[in-house]
Design a protein around this ligand. Structure first.
Ligand code: DQA
Length: 147
């Protein structure tokens, strides 16, 4: 087995299923983890799946991925729009990082248009609900094949 793909989830994503379902859908984060696990296995990868509401723990997870992971799929949630720390953490690691969002931030409030993470990530996939994660995993596997 190659190194795992880290799937990193930011603040409030632990509430998926009950949080604004008209925006984020009815699937829970556990449902998304199950979907990701199956797709990753089919692509030949294990996953490390984590969520935190704490910015520094997301930085720690990116550093752990840089040390022992093959790639990262990250939904930084609200920290997308604010976090220089996540930008720096992504810049500091030498593996493909794919940014994903359930919703399409560009079609929502103006403050969601800014993404510090997009400025450092290899690719961004948004607006496809839970499928954004699956497409993110496929993008990560594709990037690894090419590297
Ligand atoms: C989100 C979009 C962000 O703007 C928001 O703060 C989130 C979720 C998404 O997956 O659509 O918490 O990252």
């Amino acid at each position: 087995m190659p190194k795992p793909i880290y799937i990193i989830n930011g603040p409030n994503l632990n509430l998926l299923g009950q949080r604004e379902p008209e925006v984020y859908g009815s699937q829970t984060l556990a449902d998304i983890q199950t979907l990701c696990d199956a797709r990753a296995k089919a692509l030949g990868f294990d996953i490390v799946f984590m969520q935190s509401n704490i910015e520094g723990e997301l930085v720690d997870a990116l550093q752990a991925a840089g040390a022992g992971g093959a790639a990262v799929v990250i939904n930084p949630a609200a920290y997308t729009h604010t976090s220089v720390a996540l930008y720096d953490a992504i810049k500091a690691i030498d593996i493909p990082v794919i940014e994903v969002h359930l919703s399409q931030p560009h079609s929502r409030e103006p403050f969601r248009v800014t993404s510090y993470v997009s400025a450092a990530a290899k690719a961004t996939i948004s607006g496809m609900g839970a499928q954004s994660y699956i497409l993110g995993l496929e993008a990560a596997a594709h990037a690894l094949k090419k590297s």
